[in-house]
Design a protein around this ligand. Structure first.
Ligand SMILES: Cc1cc2nc3c(=O)[nH]c(=O)nc-3n(C[C@H](O)[C@H](O)[C@H](O)COP(=O)(O)OP(=O)(O)OC[C@H]3O[C@@H](n4cnc5c(N)ncnc54)[C@H](O)[C@@H]3O)c2cc1C
Length: 511
């Protein structure tokens, strides 16, 4: 059925690579076109102004879903689970490792409650498996495959969680993180850390309605994968995915930007490259975000007015900036041994700190006191690299990022100095990528972590918009396979795999 069919995948992010590999493995002649010099999208390495190589946007991830790693026969890289240290100005830091929490200031009650909380919320995450690993069911034109996904989801929720578990799941699923965490824990530092970890990449503070949802999406990733990883040290996931794609027969072209999708009689027949070349294919799959795909590559003239309106209105402005600093010697954090000062650290001392940090970005300001997800690594040349995801840093900064860049870098260093006194004066080189920089160099509209908000109205069968929520789009033969599609961003490979499965099912005429 798939023989003699051809596909072009636009974009070689990890999802584009995963999708292309599944298609090629099923006999579809597949070509992947990537605008950047290197593959992997957010995972692709980048070089700072001082020549330091950094691992792109990604700092930690739970890695691809295990099912994908198995199906694509990727080598598993043994790695230690990565502890997260929640920094305290008093030096009474808290360390999270799996379901264990430790630290001088943590009560016995919080320690046992954290274990129970993780167990409970991981079970909720796990119960969503059938929804995450499949095309989200359609609400209109309901057929057997939609019914199957709904039925599996219902069974997993009812029998996986039990009656009491299901009742509690239904109670908390629509709540905000602030209220849920206030109910469970007394340590401010612990609550702040859990909230920050769940919210990275979202335009939301802990008091924003339905913020339990992004936490569940992250916890689901943990249930389907081995462990958190420090990518800079142990991973070459982009390289492994590129090898898997080539072995499956995917033809890969880097430094090749797609200018537009070529249409004939309302159907895509290929793509036009920026140099004017035209490549033809039966199926076009886009790893780019929805606005890029529909508004730039396809063009509003080829789309229904209401659909175009929906795409235009999706919320895609990013709020996370990437900060890098290099040091000739390892910076010293208060009350952390030299050994401990390499790893992952969060600055989110209280729930209200995170909420106040968020408040600024509603008004086009960066946070006065940003939330930081920090990574420290020792480089081969003996220098140290600090990279940090810093939020909140709105795409539409009032004064513009050229004017605001240095001031936000200073704010980040001011906050870091509270935990590592003197750190600002030890910086050898510093660099900040604002959401506008990320938009330009990673080709993501708005520089958004998830290619678009993961709010309830832009999730599941409504991701990115109704009418394109099942990987297929109103343009027959055009599909989405990246973070803009269900189940969204982070390194999971699931949008890529689910899209490939849907395309192959469509080719076999099952839907
Ligand atoms: C600041 C920041 C920090 C992040 N940190 C983490 C983290 O620590 N852990 C984590 O799990 N996730 C993190 N993320 C999220 C993660 O980067 C994304 O969710 C993930 O990269 C999405 O993968 P993807 O394959 O769908 O898309 P992408 O990785 O964005 O890849 C899409 C690819 O398509 C290409 N493309 C686009 N348009 C065209 C075109 N016209 N022609 C050819 N090619 C094109 C792009 O160049 C890109 O390579 C972070 C995101 C940001 C913004």
């Amino acid at each position: 059925m798939t023989k003699n069919l051809s596909a072009i995948v636009i974009g070689g992010g990890h999802n584009g690579l995963v999708c292309a590999t599944y298609l090629a493995s099923s006999g579809v002649k597949t070509t992947l076109l990537e605008a950047r010099e290197t593959l992997g999208g957010g995972l692709s390495k980048q070089t700072l102004r001082d020549g330091t190589a950094v691992p792109g946007l990604i700092q930690t991830h739970h890695s691809l879903n295990d099912k994908i790693a198995r199906e694509l026969k990727l080598q598993s890289t043994p790695c230690e689970p990565l502890p997260t240290t929640l920094l305290s100005t008093s030096g009474e830091h808290i360390t999270l490792m799996g379901d264990k929490v430790s630290g001088a200031g943590v009560s016995a009650r919080d320690i046992s409650e954290y274990r129970a909380f993780r167990e409970e919320y991981l079970s909720y995450g796990k119960a969503l498996k059938s929804l995450m690993l499949n095309t989200p069911p359609r609400l209109k034109h309901f057929d057997w495959s939609d019914k199957t996904v709904f039925a599996k989801l219902g069974l997993d929720l009812r029998f996986g969680l039990g009656k009491a578990g299901l009742n509690e799941f239904l109670r908390v699923a629509g709540m905000n993180l602030f209220d849920v965490l206030e109910e469970r824990f007394s340590s401010e530092l612990l609550k702040g850390g859990i909230a920050a970890d769940a919210l990275f990449g979202n335009h939301a503070g802990p008091k924003t309605p339905t913020t339990v949802l992004p936490m569940l999406m992250r916890l689901f990733q943990e249930t389907g994968s081995t462990a958190s990883r420090q990518v800079a040290q142990v991973d070459n996931l982009a390289g492994q995915l590129a090898e898997a794609a080539k072995s499956a027969g995917v033809e890969i072209k880097t430094s090749t930007t797609v200018h537009s999708v070529v249409m004939d009689n309302d159907k895509p027949t290929g793509v036009m490259l920026e140099n004017g070349d035209i490549l033809n294919a039966d199926i076009i799959v886009s790893n780019a975000d929805a606005k890029t795909t529909f508004l730039k590559l396809v063009g509003a003239r080829n789309l229904d007015g209401m659909f175009t309106h929906r795409v235009t209105k999706t919320r895609t402005n990013g709020d996370v900036a990437k900060f890098f600093a290099t040091f000739d010697a390892t910076p010293k954090f208060t009350n952390l041994s030299q050994n401990a000062s390499s790893g992952r650290f969060l600055v989110a001392p209280t729930l209200m700190y995170v909420e106040r940090a968020f408040n600024h970005c509603k008004y086009g300001e960066f946070s006065e006191a940003p939330v930081l997800d920090i990574h420290l690594t020792t480089l081969d040349n003996g220098k140290s690299l600090l990279s940090a995801n810093a939020m909140f840093a709105p795409y539409n900064l009032k004064q513009g990022w050229e004017a605001g860049r240095a001031a936000f870098e200073d704010k980040i260093l001011d906050i870091l100095s509270l935990y590592a006194p003197g750190i600002a004066s030890q910086v050898a080189c510093r660099e900040l990528w604002s959401p506008t920089d990320i938009e330009k160099s990673f080709h993501i509209e708005g520089g958004h972590w998830h290619h678009g908000e993961m709010a309830i109205d832009q999730s599941f069968m409504m991701r990115p918009v109704p009418g394109a929520g099942q990987y297929g789009t109103p343009v027959p033969g055009l599909y989405l396979c990246g973070a803009a599609a269900h189940p969204g961003g982070d390194i999971t490979g699931l949008p890529g795999r689910n899209a490939a499965k849907q395309i192959l099912a469509d080719l076999k005429g099952r839907r």
